[in-house]
Design a protein around this ligand. Structure first.
Ligand code: IPM
Ligand code: MN
Length: 349
């Protein structure tokens, strides 16, 4: 567990509570280790992601929980980039799976949309694209300054995220995969994505395909979210679309994600950031973090525990047992306690 900064710490405590409760109930052979890497740790030691950490995770761990990274004392977000993006890249966690699922009608900001209307997943490419950090500022600080930021998209990277989306559609009986890009403006990258999408789709004749420019997709996700099942996107478009998705399901507090490389150590994190003003106030919503634990347990093959955690979340949201962001009056730890109690006591199935 790497709770990180700000509310990452607060929700990390609740995530751990629920994980330990599930481990106890189902007698899961889980050992938890805590890593203090954060802005505090960086400012004290100068170390962001310690040397050897990636190899250690790869060889000795099954899964990683991440809280959130970001602190105003580190304005360039150096530690966040090194730890969060560093782990995504160096562990080659090429799938960022972000489910968008409305747990309760009251949480949706759209009028006349219910739980049946908002239920899709986003497959965000997680190891390349606009996030590779290629480029530079030349003649910095002069009137002639030039900033260059290159995107790198590889055939391998594009193909494997597309295949992951199609495989998911097959496994989960979804009808369609929608690929989104901006190929009308980014011609070269768009060309690679479009061609690869077309080729990969031939291996999945039972799955329908749809292509949308990302600007049009954002509009349609607000107008008719019910028409989406599986969306696949590059790293940055996936980042943007999943914040919109988080809003559709009740806000950043409830959104969860999995950074996956099937068969390898993978990483699970709430979508929200560190929200420094909320840290330690008891106002942070732990649901996204707890849902990330459910995704982790599912990935590790502990399906009954995972499903029960999801059931506990759905029930507590239906009852309005929530933090203030969702209109409730409970604190972070009260929500965590209730979720843990439900995980210990709700009947299975
Ligand atoms: C996310 C975040 C990160 C990203 C930031 C903190 C670099 O927004 O996980 O969605 O852009 O991937
Ligand atoms: Mn984001």
């Amino acid at each position: 567990m790497l709770p990180g900064d700000g509310v990452g710490q607060d929700v990390g405590i609740e995530a751990r509570k629920v994980l330990e409760t599930a481990a106890e109930r189902w007698d899961l052979p889980i050992e938890i280790e805590h890593f203090p890497w954060s802005a505090d740790h960086y400012l004290e030691t100068g170390v962001t992601l310690p040397e050897g950490a990636v190899a250690d995770f790869r060889e000795n761990y099954a899964a990683i929980f991440i809280g959130a990274f970001g602190d105003p004392r580190v304005p360039d977000m150096r530690h966040a980039a090194d730890i969060l993006l560093g782990l995504r890249f160096q562990l080659d966690l090429y799938i960022n799976l972000r489910p968008v699922r409305l747990w309760d009608e009251r949480l949706c900001p759209l009028k006349d949309k219910g739980v049946a209307d908002i239920d899709f997943v986003v497959f965000r490419e997680n190891t390349e694209g606009a996030y590779v950090g290629a480029g530079g500022n030349f003649k910095k600080g002069t009137p002639d300054e030039v900033a260059v930021q290159e995107e790198i998209h590889t055939r391998l990277g594009v193909e494997r995220i597309l295949r992951a989306a199609f495989d998911y559609a097959v496994e989960h009986n979804r009808r369609e995969v929608c690929m989104t890009d901006k190929s009308n403006a980014q011609r070269f990258v768009g060309d690679l994505w479009l061609r690869t999408f077309e080729e990969v789709s031939r291996d999945y004749p039972q799955i329908e395909t749809r292509h949308l420019y990302v600007d049009a997709l954002t509009m349609l996700l607000v107008r008719e979210p019910e028409n989406f099942e599986v969306i696949v996107a590059s790293n940055m478009f996936g980042d943007i679309v999943t914040d919109l998705g988080a809003a559709l399901q009740g806000g950043m507090g409830v959104a969860a994600s999995a950074n996956l490389h099937p068969g390898r150590v993978s990483m699970f994190e709430p979508v929200h950031g560190s929200a420094p003003p909320l840290a330690g106030t008891g106002r942070a919503n732990p649901v996204g973090a707890v849902q990330s634990i459910a995704m982790m347990l599912s990935y590790l093959g502990h399906r009954p525990a995972s499903e029960l955690i999801e059931g506990a979340i759905a029930e507590s949201l239906r009852r309005g047992e929530t933090t203030p962001d969702l209109g409730g009056t409970l604190t972070t730890s009260q929500v965590g306690d209730r979720l843990a109690r439900a995980v210990a006591t709700l009947p299975e199935g």
